[in-house]
Design a protein around this ligand. Structure first.
Ligand SMILES: Cc1cc2nc3c(=O)[nH]c(=O)nc-3n(C[C@H](O)[C@H](O)[C@H](O)COP(=O)(O)OP(=O)(O)OC[C@H]3O[C@@H](n4cnc5c(N)ncnc54)[C@H](O)[C@@H]3O)c2cc1C
Length: 400
């Protein structure tokens, strides 16, 4: 950008070329927009395990090709004492992608509309327009879309609410080769405070001997990961001697809806809007669903040809569509954050007793978890001794 075009004008300015910004860019491809990304390359730095449901991707109309590394059919949940619950479908349920290349694939159709290496420093409103201040001059737009991810700098400047800090967990992940005894079809989830306080540890197979191994935790995730790699009774012997090929960190967003996501002609989308699953932190599919909703509302408002753009319908539609899902997933996350390791063991034991694997296979959905959570709530035998925790989680879910 040079001084001649120091005040470029667009209908839509999108801050951030992560999945949220890029899905939206694809859905408004025919409109007058720009995407501003502070990094020099789309997809970097990386902060994702890359597990995405096939149903979710189909719904978004985007089936990744080159970035797909593996396909999985289910998961093994391992309790702190080593009890296993295996939920496996007869067909592929999810793909494991390399997020760097996934983002690049997502950017392909809109590459010439992305300005790389442009950090938005501040945003102001002047004469009915948004002025985005960058080191390379100002950008002007009618609509502002903030897809900045989990940092919240600009959303706070725009007057949106601060997210609850205790539901933003630091995470760390390593990519390993020469891992032993991997089942390529199954993701492994290790529950319990002993390994990942407040969350869980994962092993996601990339092939028969490569995997992503990571965890999020209330604090000190690096120490927790070293502990998991070196001391977990069943996982460690398979991981300890593997080679580390890549390390990454980030924050998993478990907030659910925590405030407004639209004000007049500005919206939040993606992690910054709490559009992730509070149970797992997965946010790519939800950011795409939010982008579909946002693109429809933006299109309608721009074509109204009215100077007074109002995007609150995006917020209302998101809540109508996913409010209940997010509420129950947040209750489940708060519940899991409170219970003790021995409670996890009891719950998994009970699940095995009543044949919960079959129920999960029938009603489970990686992205829409209300149905399976409802089945759990309707089966008090699973959590009878933990009812006080569950009630507390319901109450806290309303408050946070
Ligand atoms: C360890 C880990 C594992 C995960 N695993 C999964 C998984 O398996 N599946 C899944 O669905 N989700 C997963 N997630 C969550 C997923 O990574 C996020 O939900 C997703 O990346 C959110 O997309 P986004 O576009 O909102 O934000 P981001 O991907 O963070 O993108 C935001 C972009 O905005 C740019 N930006 C920020 N501020 C500015 C600025 N001021 N100016 C210009 N550019 C700016 C950033 O550089 C960045 O490129 C994981 C997260 C972590 C931390």
């Amino acid at each position: 950008m040079n001084s001649k075009n120091a005040s470029e004008e667009y209908d839509i300015a999108i801050i951030g070329a992560g999945p949220a910004g890029l899905f939206l860019a694809n859905y408004v491809e025919d409109l007058n927009f720009i995407v501003l990304e502070e990094h020099e390359e789309v997809g970097r730095p990386l902060h994702c395990a890359g597990l995405l449901s096939l149903k979710g991707l189909e719904r978004l109309g985007f089936i990744p090709q080159k970035s797909v590394q593996n396909k999985v059919r289910g998961a093994i949940f391992v309790s702190p004492s080593g009890l296993k619950l295996i939920v496996k479908s007869r067909r592929d349920e999810a793909v494991v992608v390399d997020r760097e290349y996934f983002d690049k694939e997502l950017a392909r159709k809109v590459t010439d509309r992305i300005k790389l290496g442009v950090k938005v420093l501040n945003v102001n409103r002047k004469s009915g327009k948004w002025i985005l201040k960058t080191e390379r001059g100002n950008i002007c737009s009618k609509i502002l879309v903030n897809a900045e991810g989990f940092r919240y700098d600009l959303s706070l400047k725009l007057g949106f609410d601060k997210p609850p800090e205790n539901l933003l967990l630091p995470a760390i992940q390593v990519e390993l080769e020469k891992v032993k005894d991997l089942d390529e079809d199954l993701v492994e989830i290790y529950l319990g405070n002993r390994w990942a306080p407040g969350f869980f540890a994962w092993i996601i197979p990339l092939s028969s001997e490569e995997a992503r191994v990571g965890l999020a935790a209330k604090s000190q995730p690096l120490i927790c990961l070293k502990n998991f790699l070196n001391k977990h009774p069943t996982a460690s012997p398979r991981l300890r001697k593997a080679n580390i090929r890549r390390v990454l960190g980030g924050r998993v967003v478990l907030t659910g809806i925590y405030g407004e996501i639209a004000k007049g002609s500005s919206i939040l989308i993606g992690d910054v809007a709490g559009q992730t699953k509070p149970t797992t932190g997965g946010g790519v599919i939800y950011s795409g669903i939010a982008a579909q909703i946002a693109s429809r509302v933006i299109r309608d408002e721009l074509f109204k040809n009215d100077r007074d753009i109002k995007l609150e319908k995006y917020d209302r539609t998101w809540r109508q569509m996913l409010g209940r899902e997010l509420f129950f997933m947040k209750v489940a996350r708060l519940f899991m954050m409170q219970i003790r390791d021995k409670d996890y063991d009891k719950i998994i034991e009970k699940m095995r007793e009543i044949g919960f694997e079959a129920i999960a296979e029938k009603v489970g959905d990686i992205d829409f978890q209300y149905k399976i959570l409802k089945r759990i709530i309707k089966t008090p035998a699973l959590y009878l001794p933990q009812i006080p925790y569950l009630l507390a989680s319901f109450i806290r879910s309303f408050l946070i």
